[in-house]
Ligand binder design. Structure first.
Ligand code: TYM
Length: 329
């Protein structure tokens, strides 16, 4: 049995990228492993959400996690800010995280480019908090999408450095995990890059069928191939990549063959893709609506998760404090 952990920021609705990059793997792992899933509400503070939205965002992500199939009876499902041991470990790890390595992190450089007016210390040390999330439960496997690979590498660096510094092997070096395969990157509908919450290119699990149809039909395409069997431009390859993830293999193969023989009609392809996405998301969307109404259930889940997560976290932090040399009077 392995210790598995993953998380998601509480900024916005879950989309297909979250599902196929991370959640699908959780679902395969949660039956037979010691699994921890959490909602990263501290991480969401880097973009300064309004106080009146903070709790609602967290609640919505919790609902969507449950609707996607995360089972709070089988795993520990909790909210990051319910576990004060995480920020304590973050503080301790920060002492051995260096400015240079944090500044070289790709996601940090991206943020500096995209939001130059809000380059705060929380953004710089984001990978340290993420390492604390993982190391606090001594998790070995972390199911995440491709975009989190570098953060996992940093978590290993911080664990290794701590162990080296204190002559111990207490902290475990975690690996980014995808069931037997390479990490997944679900592309967006805007022609390039990945599907993301803030990119305006995502299909959310909660989207109504009409919204999904509109989004897919608007996805970027071109005039179509004119020479058989040529490599695809990125925007078309992305559409096929989404189809490969969501549709039946026969459907994907059918449109690939049409592409290669220059007979593909993107309108037909998009219609089919939209319908396949709707078939996939409809049961989840319905569960989201049901679970949203059940405040008692949500309270119970969050409370249970908090207690279970703290039991594991207090043990780790107490050992880490001892290793560092803290003693009580
Ligand atoms: P976040 O909230 O951006 O995304 C949550 C999970 O979804 C995956 N993901 C994708 N996978 C494939 N294709 C995409 N287009 C795509 N978009 C998102 C992410 O890889 C992630 O697995 N820093 C994390 C949250 C976090 C965390 C952690 C994760 C905080 N602490 C500890 C794991 C372990 C984040 O911002 O993910």
């Amino acid at each position: 049995m392995e210790r598995v952990l993953s998380g998601i920021r509480s900024t916005g609705n879950l989309h297909l990228g979250n599902y196929f990059g991370a959640i699908q793997n959780f679902l395969k792992l949660q039956n037979e492993n010691d699994c921890y899933f959490f909602i990263a509400d501290y991480h969401s503070l880097t973009t300064h959400p309004a106080p009146e939205n903070l709790f609602e965002n967290t609640r919505q992500v919790l609902i969507e996690y449950l609707a996607a199939g995360i089972d709070p009876e089988k795993c520990t499902l909790y909210v990051q800010s319910d576990v004060p041991e995480i920020p304590e470990l973050y503080l301790l790890l920060n002492m051995n995280a260096y400015q240079g390595e944090l500044e070289r992190c790709t996601t940090f450089k991206d943020k500096v480019r995209k939001q130059p007016d809000n380059v705060n210390a929380g953004l710089l040390t984001y990978p340290v908090l993420m390492a604390a999330d993982i190391l606090i439960h001594r998790a070995t496997k972390v199911p995440v999408g491709k975009d989190q690979e570098q953060h996992l590498e940093m978590a290993r660096t911080f664990a290794k450095r701590f162990n080296f510094m204190y002559h111990t092997d207490y902290l475990i070096e975690p690996v980014a995990y995808n069931f037997g395969n390479a990490l997944v990157k679900v592309p967006g509908l805007d022609g390039s890059g990945k599907m993301g919450k803030s990119e305006n290119n995502a299909i959310n699990l909660i989207d109504e069928p009409e919204v999904i149809r509109k989004k897919v039909m608007k996805a970027m395409t071109d005039g179509g191939p004119t020479v058989p069997n040529q490599p695809m431009p990125e925007s078309i390859a992305n559409l096929f990549a989404i189809m490969k993830i969501i549709s039946e293999p026969d459907t994907y193969q059918f449109f690939i063959e049409q592409y290669n023989s220059c007979t593909v009609r993107y309108g037909d392809m998009k219609k089919k893709l939209a319908e396949d996405i709707i078939v996939f998301t409809t049961p989840i969307r319905e569960r989201i609506k049901d679970i949203s109404k059940d405040a008692d259930y949500l309270n119970k889940v969050a409370k249970l998760g908090k207690d279970k997560a703290r039991a594991s976290a207090t043990e780790t932090i107490s050992n880490v404090r001892k290793i560092i040399g803290f003693r009580s009077f």
